[in-house]
Write a protein that binds this ligand. Structure first.
Ligand SMILES: C[S@@+](CC[C@H](N)C(=O)[O-])C[C@H]1O[C@@H](n2cnc3c(N)ncnc32)[C@H](O)[C@@H]1O
Length: 467
């Protein structure tokens, strides 16, 4: 987008701006949003301000993806304090699956929650927003199955565009109801590696939008300038972009961003290209993402997840067996070498079975990932596709794979936990942390059902709860 389209907000930075209108309200993010939530303090204040000061009641407020009600509460308290809009009842429409997913454990829900995969979160949501219930129409279920019949939409908060399919549905069903010159679209997943459809689409539709606000977090919001023709919104966006367009549109999205936001958008570009099987260009994009200065460790999560979409032999051509790569930092990749972890400088990546003796020439060898991190002085994260034996407890081996810890009974011998059929084997346990898994083995925590095996890895990559 051009500087003019950025509405004067340039560069895009990951920072709280004390002079932003939502900060000038003098409120505290934690007070406005005390609910365990995936939105930041600045984003909470921003949503509150939008519903309180910006909203004129010319259309409805859509709260797309509200989880336990964090975004809902911010919007509802804002609406309650709004001096211009009457009546206010039912003006917020909150959409969510309201289903427990293991990824929520230890994050927005306690480690020892008794909820199982698929259990309803609706009672928790309703309890959390109880005092503001009258402002909210709750729409439980898959948003792709929902029709919008409530007229114009003035504020469209989107924290639910987790796939091309959902994104297409939002464009077809909800976007036609946006009010030119008035409506704000809040893309909460804009600064995230895994929602490249948002960048591609918003850039393709740039003549219709102007960047409105850039609160600190994953959010970039847009004001609709003029009506978007229905035939444009009805297209299948997943098939709309050639490889060349992806490069051009993503570069335009990246241009105004600095620091961690730039690394994140470059990671999103890598994913978009990898989906298009343009793997060499994708590898170049993640390389650029890692080189961004000033570097912020916050970006490592996005960079490593984007790298997971690129074949290892392109990312680390000199590493003899890319499947031995189990973790990475900004400047190092970490291979598993028998009992040791071997960190190899990416610049000098020449690791093979004999890398440990080269310690001192860009290679270090350690007993644990924590040691690696301490020695190289960088944050280290496991790569999502790696399987790591993290320890054992009683008669179980504990393996790290696809963002979870798996308990494999010793009697099963060596088991490749990456294989869905092995994840489903009798006795195999799955949890979010070692502590949780040990609790299951000790019988203190009920065993959680393993995620549907075939979906475990896709979900880890595709369900985006990071930002
Ligand atoms: C990042 S979380 C939302 C966080 C929330 N806005 C907050 O303030 O904490 C994304 C939400 O999207 C929901 N979701 C994902 N796919 C969905 C779908 N197809 N239909 C409805 N909700 C969906 C998830 O259940 C999840 O609660």
């Amino acid at each position: 987008m051009t500087t003019a389209d950025l509405g004067g907000i340039t560069p895009l930075r990951y920072e709280e701006r004390p002079d932003s209108p939502w900060r000038r309200l003098g409120l505290d993010g934690q007070t406005v949003n005390p609910i365990p939530s995936m939105i930041s303090s600045d984003e909470s204040l921003y949503l509150h301000w939008l519903a309180r000061e910006y909203y004129r009641g010319e259309g409805e407020i859509v709260d797309g993806g509200c989880l336990l009600g964090g975004s809902t509460l911010c919007l509802a308290t804002g609406l309650e304090a709004n001096q211009h809009v009457f009546p206010k009842q039912g003006r917020i429409h909150s959409y969510d699956l309201f289903q427990f997913w293991e990824g929520f454990r230890g994050h927005v829900l306690p480690n020892d929650t008794h909820l199982k995969e698929g259990d309803s979160l609706l009672p928790i949501f309703l309890r959390n927003i109880q005092a503001f219930r009258k402002y909210v129409q709750v729409e439980p279920g898959d948003i792709v199955t929902k029709r919008w019949t409530a007229g114009p939409i003035e504020i469209f908060f989107i924290d639910v565009a987790k796939s091309w399919q959902i994104h297409n549905h939002l464009m077809r069903e909800f976007f036609p109801q946006l009010i030119p010159g008035r409506s704000i679209v809040v893309h909460q997943d804009y600064f995230h590696y895994g929602c490249w459809w948002i960048h591609l689409t918003m850039q393709q539709l740039e003549e219709y939008f102007q960047v409105a606000h850039n609160p600190c977090g994953g959010t970039l919001s847009f004001r609709l300038l003029k009506k978007i023709p229905d035939e444009v919104l009805r297209q299948d966006f997943s098939k709309a972009f050639s490889r060349e367009q992806i490069e051009v549109l993503m570069d335009r999205a990246i241009a105004p961003a600095e620091g961690v936001l730039r690394s994140i958008l470059l990671s999103a570009k890598a994913c978009a290209l990898a989906e298009h099987k343009a793997f060499e260009a994708a590898a170049a994009a993640v390389e650029e993402a890692r080189r961004v200065e000033p570097w912020d460790d916050l970006a490592l999560y996005d960079v490593i997840h984007a790298e997971a979409m690129v074949p290892g032999d392109l990312l680390y051509p000199k590493i003899a067996d890319a499947s031995t790569v189990v973790a990475a930092s900004r400047r190092y990749v970490v291979c598993r070498q028998n009992e040791a972890f071997c960190a190899v400088s990416r610049g000098e990546a020449g690791c093979d079975a004999a890398c440990a003796p080269h310690a001192g020439s860009g290679v270090v060898s350690c007993q644990s990932l924590e040691d690696v991190s301490r020695v190289i002085g960088e944050r280290v994260l496991p790569v999502p596709s790696a399987t790591i034996l993290v320890g054992s407890h009683r008669d179980y081996n504990l393996l790290w794979y696809a963002g979870r810890v798996w308990g494999v009974p010793l009697r099963l011998g060596h088991v490749d936990i990456a294989l869905p059929r092995n994840q489903a084997r009798h006795g195999v346990l799955c949890g979010r942390s070692c502590r949780e898994l040990i609790g299951m083995i000790d019988g203190k925590i009920p065993p959680a059902a393993a995620p549907h095996p075939a979906r475990a890895w896709r979900r880890w990559l595709g369900r985006l709860f990071g930002p």
